[in-house]
Design a protein around this ligand. Sequence first.
Ligand code: G
Ligand code: G
Ligand code: MN
Length: 763
Amino acid sequence: MKYADSSGTFGLWALLCASVCLAVVSAQSTWMAAAENAQQALISKLVSRQASQQLHIVEVDAASIAAIGKWPFPRDHYARLVQELDAAGVRSIVFDIDFSSRASRDTDAALASAIAAANASIVMPTFSQAASEYDERRLDALPIPELRENVSLASASVRPDRDTLVRRMVYGTVTDGTARPSISTQISGGSGSAHSDFLIDFGIEPSSIPRHSFFDIESGAFNPPSLAGKDVIVGATAIELGDRYGVPVHGVIPGVTIQALAAETLISGPIWEAGWVPFLILAAIGSVFVGSRQTYTTLVLVGVSFGIMTIILQAAFFHVLRMAFDVLPALVLLILATCGQGFRIARKQLWQKGLMDIETRLPNAFAFSRSDNHDREFLAAAYIKDFDAIQSVIGKDNIGALFERLIERIGSVGAMGEVYRADTRIVAWHPDAQFDAVEALFEDIAQKMRKPLEVGGKRIDVTLTFGVAAKDDLTGASRAASHAAEQGRLWHAHEHAEALILERRMTLMGELDEAVEANQLQVVYQPKLRFSSGAIESVEALVRWDHPVRGRMRPDLFIPLAEENNRIEPLTLFVLRQTINDLARWRETDIDLSAAINISATLIGSDSFIRKAEMILKKAAIPLDRVILEVTESATLADPAHCARNLRRFRDLGVAISMDDYGTGQSTLSYLQLLPLTELKIDRAFVQYAYRERSDALLVHSTIQLAHSLGLKVVGEGVEDKQCLDFLRQAGCDYAQGYHITKPLPFDDLVNFLGNNQYEAAA
Ligand code: G
Ligand code: G
Ligand code: MN
C-alpha cells in the first residue's frame, strides 16, 4: 500500500527555517539567553579543571579583620604586606581594594614608601561608578596621588548581566580619555581592545586557586618560597565586606575570586565564541536522520543520541579547543524534528489502521479506494459461501488464518497482487489474467477449493463464487460475486464487465476465423500408452492457437467460445484433415498409429458437419479404423437418438468412437448403452488420486469393470506420476495418457519420442 509522503523534505525545510528564526530571536530574548546560559553553565560543570597555580589570592578574610580589629585597615598593614610579599620574591601584587580616599598622613606615607621600595610590580584599581544613585554620569575612582606614583592602574569594575550574574569581563576600559587594562588583562599580560569583553571560564575550580590570609602574610606566617615569582591578587573575601557577586556554577563568590578566575581564563587563552550556526548545521543533519525513522523506539533513540552528542561535542570543544557555542537553536531543532517525526509516525499508523481490516490485516475497501489500478484489466471478487457457519466452527479468532489459507489457495492458481477484504465474506483482487480467461481461472480456483482448508487444526470446506467488474469497481465485483452465490452459479459479471467480456469474445471469434485460414492453428499429439503391449499405438489430437498478439492460447480459452458461436465446425474439420494428413505421413515412415479427434457434442447433432466429415474420411488415404472420434462435451446430448444414428454412420466406416471425460457431468450410464462406443476415457479428476482416495479408486474400478463388460476399452487420463500409472495397470485399465508419459507433442517431436522409446522409461 502506498502512502503519500512528500511532506517529508518540506517538513524538514520548515523546521530549519523555524529554528534559524528562533536563533535570531533568541539572541534578543531574555529567557532564551537564560536557557543558553544555563546549558553553558552545565558544560562548565561537566569539564571543571584546576587553576594554573601562577596566581595566588591574598584574602582580607574574617580572621584577618578579627586579628587587626579594624576596617578599613590602617595603611601601614598594607605597607607590611607589600614588604613581606616583595621579600618573598613575588612577581606582581595586584590590589582589588579601594585606595581612593585618604587614611592618615603617616600610614599613607608608609605604604607609599613600601611601594616605592618594592621590586615587584604593583597594580592598583580604578573603579568606575555612578556619580550618585540616579545620576547617569560615571566617575572614575583613582588611588590617591601619593600611592598612584609607583603603581600601574587597572580597572577593577565588575559588570553583572541583566540577571545579576557575572559572566564576562572586559579587556579594558576607557576612563577620562585614558585606556586602562582590566585587572585580568594586566595579570595575564595579554591585550585586547577596551570595552570588548570575554567569557569567564567558570569551569576553573575556584578552590584550586592558592589562597593566603592577609594577616598571615603581614605577620610572616607563611612559606616565602611558595610565592616566589607568583602573581598575587589582594582582595576582600569576608562576607561582611559585601564585595560579592553571583556567578554561574559557583553561586555567590567574592569579587576578587572573579578577578582571579578572569585572569586564569586569559592565562589559558581566551574562549572563542563560535555562535549558533555550526551546531545548527549539525542538528540539521541530525534532523534528516530523525526524519527518516519509522518507529517510535528508533526515533527516540536517534533523537536523544543526537541531543546527547550535541552536549558532549560542545563540552569537548570547550575543553580541548576552548570554543563556546550556542547550541540552543540546534537542540530546539532536534526537539522539533523529533516531535514532528513522532507526529508523522502517529499519523501514518492511524492512517494505516484506517486502511486495514482488523481481523485479517488485509487492506480494506477504503484502502482499495485509495489504491491505483491503472494498469489492471479488471477486478475479481470471491464470495465465501456459508461464512457464518464457517465462522462458528473455527471461531472468530481464526478468521485471519482462514483468509490467509484461502488467499494462499487462490494464489496457487495465479498471481493475485494486493488482496483486499472488500466485505465480511468477500475478498477482491486484480487477477493476472486476460478478461476472456476469467471463466477458466474461476474453474481452476473452484477445482482447487475441493480440498478442505486447514484452519486452527480443523479441516474446513470452503465454497467460493466469483464476480468480475471493471478494475476500479469494488462494489460491482462484490455484488456480482454474491449474486452468483444467490443464483447458484460459479461466477457472474457486473454489467459493464459483461459488456467488455462480450466485446472481447466477439473480436476473439473474428480472429479465430482468420486463424483457421492463416494457419495459426496447430495440432499436437498426446500419446496413449497401451498396458498390454507397453507400446504407443494411439495418440490424441489437440488443437493449439498461436495467436499473433496473445501468444499460444489454451484450447479451453477458445473451444467453449467456438462452440457457442458456431465456429467449432470449421475448427474441427481443420483438425480432422490435419490429423488424417499426419497419420498418412507417419505411415510413410512406417509408424502405424491411431489418432483420436475431439468432437464437441453439439457437432454430433449437426448434419452438415457429419456430411463434411464423412467426405474427408472417405477421401482419406489411411485405414479408417485408425481414426477415433472422442465425444468431448459432457453436457446432455440434445437429441441422443439422433446423435446415436450419426455416430453409427461413422462406425459403419470403421471409425472408432470414444467417450471423453467419463465420470463428470452428464455422461450418464444410459449413453453407454445408447451410443455406439468402442472406448471410454475416465476423467483425470478421478484418475489422478485414485491410488490414495478410496472413493476415486472405487469409481475407477467399477468403471473399468462396466466398460469391459460392455466390450469397451478404457483409457485413464491425466496420469502425472508413477503411482497413478501403476494403479491403473493393476486396475486392468487398457491405456494410460498423461504428463508422466509425455505432454502433447508436435508432429516431429512425436516421431523422435517414438524413435527413442522414451515412454518405456516412464512405464
Ligand atoms: O491440452 P488441452 O489444453 O489441449 O485441452 C483442453 C481441452 O480442449 C480439452 O478438454 C480438450 O478435449 C479440448 N480440445 C482440444 N483440442 C480440441 C479440438 O480440436 N476440438 C475440440 N472440440 N476440443 C478440443
Ligand atoms: O480429455 P480431454 O480432451 O479433456 O483432455 C485433454 C487435456 O488434458 C488437455 O488439456 C491436455 O493438455 C490435458 N492433460 C493431458 N495429460 C495431462 C496430465 O497428466 N495432467 C493434467 N493436469 N492435464 C493433462
Ligand atoms: Mn479429449
